[in-house]
Each structure stands twice: as structure tokens, then as C-alpha cells.
Design a protein around this ligand. Sequence first.
Ligand SMILES: Cc1ncc(COP(=O)(O)O)c(C=O)c1O
Length: 389
Amino acid sequence: MKYDFDRVIHRTGTDSVKWDHHQMKGEVDEMIPMSIADMDFEAPDFVVEAIIGRARHGIFGYTVVPEGYYSSLSKWLLMRSGWEVRKEWIRPTPGVIPALAFAVEAFTEPGDGIIIQPPVYHPFRAVIADNGRAVVNNPLKCEGNAYSMDIEGLKRAVDSRTKMIIISTPHNPVGRVWRQEELEELAEVCLENGIIIISDEIHADLVMPGCTHTPTAMLSDEVSRITVTCTSPSKTFNLAELHVANAIIPDKGLYERFDLALTRAGLKRPNVLGMAALEAAYANGDGWVSELITYLNGNYLYMRDFFLEKLPEVRVSAMEGTYLGWLDFRGLGLPEAAVDERLLLKARVDMTPGRIFGPGGEGFYRMNLACPRAVLERALTRIRGAFRE
Ligand SMILES: Cc1ncc(COP(=O)(O)O)c(C=O)c1O
């Protein structure tokens, strides 16, 4: 390994949401936070150098989006998924959540129905409800902790007011990397019913060995014309607060409507340091990402085996993608409030409670595994201690 993911970097005192503002701040000392989805690893050196290099110039005046921004993104998507993306399909946005919110505004009317498949990344619900649209739940099917999409349920959920579906692919929090056939079944229902697909592919680079990510827009020309793909280097390279992301929209009509929604809000270009970071990350990031995936997969396997051996009542779903473990604590037979209390006060490990991801998340916890192995080991030992006196 060229990169050192074992190095523990202290984040307290940096205004980190995870470390400085966790839910028990001020009440519990030495909490290990494994909640919000950023990584406790440094961004790659070539990204940090690009930011420093740009910053050293000292002038941050109005700057166009450079050609290298578009070409490094296109090359990255071609290399990683075989997807050929044209420059005129790319619309920079200040983040994926903003892109979702603008898509809701651009393509639907108040009162329209938008489908999500819980348990799913909770801001999906918020961007729909906060914009006065109706949240239509089509929960994932869960059999023995293995998840699939409920295509029959999807057909039943659709009515004349349903205009859009937002999918997480790979799926946060359950860790599925959707197979091509599964996406095809979903896309068929959308094509038949005039439903626009917002495909949130922010986790697309974080796919574990043995799985392959299929960009939704690559399924067919027809599907690409109803799909808006949201992507960003923020999860892959740990750049969330640089606020740089992209929507990729092959259909000209959809592109123009989306672009207009952003332009109306005065949003033209990403910030200059974010652009420098994106270009450097996508131009040089391949080797770093392979090592990162090896490390994350190692963390996942370590965590899975730990529970199997030491606390088998907790069942772990397969993590095919993302760096988020999905843990079912229901087998302990304790009320959720008691599990919360033991995790937060006894183990002092702050995971994200599954219930916030909507129906089907109750009794589960999402564990952020993007941390040095030593931190993970400490957290797991503490969790075991909290349930095995
Ligand atoms: C599925 C998904 N979409 C979007 C985001 C956040 O995107 P951004 O920070 O670019 O708004 C996250 C972060 O965890 C996520 O998991």
C-alpha cells in the first residue's frame, strides 16, 4: 500500500459535524463517532497539493469552469464505467442535495408524487416534502437481511400524479450495488409511466470487489433521455465541504429546465478551489481509490466477522458498495431506546439510527467504516462490552 489509511488524524477542534457536534457532545467523553458520511482519512496528496497550489496564487476572482474540469470528469466516468459523457450534458452544482432539490423544482409541480425506496438517505424525503411535493414510499424488500427493489410495489405506487423517482445507486444505507437487471426493471416502469429518474450516484466509485456499478443512464438511449445522474468527488475523495458536484443530463430539454432552475437561483459555477480539487482528483485518483476500496472492504470484513464471532445477535447486511455498514440490532430483543442508550452511554459509539432513513430502518444502525482500523477495533470492542456484561 502506498497510502496510509491506518494513520489516526484527530479531527476534534476542526468544527467537524461528526467529531465536534455529535448528538452527545458535552455529555459523553471520548465518543467514537461513526455517523455522518465523511471519512476520517486525509484527501489524497495530489488533491491537497492542487488546492494549495491554486490558493497560493492569492487571487480568487471570477473564473470560468476550465476545460480540464469537464475532461477529467468525462475521462473518469469512461474509465470507471465505460460511460461516454459529453461536455454539454454536464451541469455543475454546489452539491448533490442541491441538485436533487433543483431537480424536484425543475421537473415537478407542487402536489406531484415523487417515489423513494426506504430505508434510504433521509434528505431524499426532505427535498421532496420541503418543496411541497408528495413523498411516495416504495420500501425495499428485505429477506434475511438481503435487500431488493420491490418492482411490483413500484407499479402499484404509480398514479397519474407520479412524476419522478429518486434512487440511491449504490444504495445508502443498505449497501446494495444494484445489478443491471434490477435497474432495467425499474427503468421499464419509469419509461411506461413517464417518470423521470433522478439517479444519485454519489457512491458509484465505492464499490467492493466482485460488484460492478452500472450508471442508470447507460441502460439504453431511451433510459438516458429520462435520467438525471447526480455525481460528485465528495464521498470518494472526502471533499464534501468543497461543495462541488455535477448533474449529467443527456436530454437537451431536461438539461435546459434544470439549468434554468439553477440560473434562476444565481448559481453558475462551482467555487474555484472545488474546481481545482475535482480536476486533480479525477485526473489522478485511480490508484488512490483502489487502495481506499481495499482498506474499506477490509474494515467491512473485520466488522462482519467480529459480530459473527462475538455478538451474533447483531446481523450485518452485505456491504457491496459505500463505506456504510448496515447493522440489524433487533436480534438482541431490546427496545430501541435501550439499544440507543447502551450504544451512546455505555459503548460511547455514535452510529446513525436506521429509523431516520424511513420505514424499514427501525432497529438498525448505520456504521460509518471510513476510519482507521484501530478506531474500528476500539468501537467494536466497546459495543460488545455494552451488550455482554
Ligand atoms: C446518497 C447520498 N446523496 C447525497 C449525499 C450528500 O451530497 P452533497 O454533500 O454533495 O450534498 C450523500 C451524503 O452522505 C449521500 O449519501
